[in-house]
Design a protein around this ligand. Structure first.
Ligand code: URP
Ligand code: ZN
Ligand code: ZN
Length: 469
């Protein structure tokens, strides 16, 4: 299969230029002008459109057991939704079960995706069994094509590991050229405060914000940055939501430490007020860490602008608001009796790019090139995919988003493709929408129509010793 994308304006992380793209067997083989159209199968006219690398979402949870249920998007519904929103690649988290190995976790997650995937994907793996054999196993992960390891400082008695395991894992990962990632909230403090709140009968949704305060997030983030100082091991701190946590990362980076930061699209828009409602509505927005105050949301934008964070992900972890309807997995209603029982997580895999473009680029906060960096290229660099993914260059996979910067769209659960009955950005009128989305040269979405296929997506192994950006 040979195709040409012509008349578009190419926007990459580094530059903006006009060129046509020649694609052969899913790979970009030339950039230039006046390619011979007589010998190609398809010519795509991108006049008036921006041609960008497809989005890479480095933080998702599809088909994941959590909080007594499963996240509601699987590797087909989640991929379809991702493609509608311009995302062509994601990295999901395989979770080790206690008593099992991390390699087994990766194999389990590979099975979840096989035959379902519609976009390309890879995995991080979470070390949740804090025994020495888990640490010793780290180099084995590379044989599975996994070069990043996740540590939870929160979710006591579930995923959380102690500081000594965290430190050992950091060192072992670094020795093997792997990147450690961390969920930075103080799990012991959360557990204690939760007990105290419940003893006082404080079950309303807003108490989730009290148990997951900015101080709890900032303490763990500062500790994680200090661990980088002690080990000089690369660390990527996921889903940073508060000003003081961002400040810790900024300080670490200023010192030259190999620490990188991720925020998520929900933290650029929501605040804790969304959770702190009088009724059960707030459950929709319960996630950990939760969005914080106005000042924190402003700090998230500052961090996006000054490169304290290198990526804007989703942490897509959807649960039905009403999971009692037929055919649905249990959802947020599990927490009707209290915030502590609400499954943690929000949807966003489809919304990320249009919302980031609208608030960021249209809002005058970031340039189109910075948008590409945050949405795609930086994740490819940090996680060993670049330049195959995350770039528009000769030899790269033709994973592309043809973006219409003039098209207006109102985001709504009525029209989205995520397998969930609400949307965090409900009613937001965005300007700028993906018109056509291609993975390895194949069009998956065109003008709102689904042309993709279950099973088309490939697992993509990732390399180690990646760039620290
Ligand atoms: O609330 C969240 N973030 N749920 C997904 C699991 C995690 O902590 O990333
Ligand atoms: Zn997390
Ligand atoms: Zn997550």
């Amino acid at each position: 299969m040979k195709s040409i994308i012509k008349n578009g304006k190419i926007v990459t992380a580094g530059e903006t230029f006009e060129a046509d793209i020649l694609i052969e067997e899913g790979v970009i083989t030339n950039l230039g002008k006046d390619f011979d159209e007589s010998s190609v199968d398809e010519v795509i006219d991108a006049a008036g459109l921006l041609v960008m690398p497809g989005g890479i979402d480095p933080h998702t949870h599809l088909d994941m057991p959590f909080g007594g249920t499963m996240s509601s998007d699987d590797f087909f519904t989640g991929h379809k939704a991702a493609a509608f929103g311009g995302t062509t690649f994601h990295i999901d988290f395989a979770l080790q079960s206690k008593g099992s190995t991390m390699v087994e976790a990766i194999q389990t997650w590979k099975k979840k995706a096989e035959g379902k995937a519609a976009i390309d994907y890879s995995f991080h793996v979470a070390l949740t069994d804090p025994v020495d054999s888990s640490v010793e196993e780290i180099p084995e992960l590379l044989k599975e094509g996994v070069s990043s390891l996740k540590i939870f400082m929160a979710y006591k008695n579930v995923f959380q590991v102690d500081d000594s395991t965290f430190l050992k894992a950091l060192k072992k990962s670094a020795e093997n050229g792997m990147t450690t990632m961390v969920h930075a909230e103080n799990g012991d403090a959360i557990a204690l405060i939760t007990e105290e709140l419940l003893a006082e009968g404080k079950t309303a949704m807003g108490y989730h914000n009290v148990a997951h305060s900015a101080a709890i997030e900032a303490e763990a983030t500062n500790r994680a940055v200090a661990f980088v100082e002690m080990t000089n091991a690369p660390l990527y701190i996921v889903h940073i939501a508060c000003k003081d946590g961002l400040e810790a990362v900024r300080r670490g980076r200023k010192k030259g430490l190999p620490v990188m930061g991720e925020t998520c699209i929900q933290y650029t828009y929501l605040t804790d007020a969304a959770i702190d409602t009088k009724d059960f509505e707030g459950a929709k927005y319960i996630c950990s860490p939760p969005p914080k105050g106005d000042e924190d949301r402003d700090a998230v934008w500052d961090a996006i602008r000054d490169d304290t964070v290198q990526t804007v992900a989703t942490d897509h972890c959807p649960f039905w608001f009403d999971g009692t309807k037929e055919g649905r997995t249990p959802g947020k209603e599990l927490g009707k009796e209290g915030w502590h029982k609400v499954p943690n997580g929000v949807p966003g895999i489809e919304d990320r790019l249009p919302v980031l473009w609208h608030l960021g680029v249209n809002g005058g906060k970031i340039s189109p090139n910075r948008f590409v960096e945050l949405a795609s290229t930086n994740a490819a660099k940090v996680f060993g995919l670049y330049p195959k993914k995350g770039s528009v260059s000769i030899g790269a996979d033709a994973d592309l988003m043809l973006f219409d910067p003039e098209k207006e769209h109102t985001i709504s659960a009525e029209t989205h493709h995520m397998n969930v009955d609400y949307n965090c950005y409900e009613g937001m009128k965005v300007k700028g929408w993906p018109k056509q989305v291609l993975v390895r040269g194949k069009t998956l979405v065109k003008d709102g129509e689904w042309l993709g296929e279950e099973g088309y997506g490939n697992f993509t192994p990732r390399k180690n010793f990646n760039e620290i950006i």
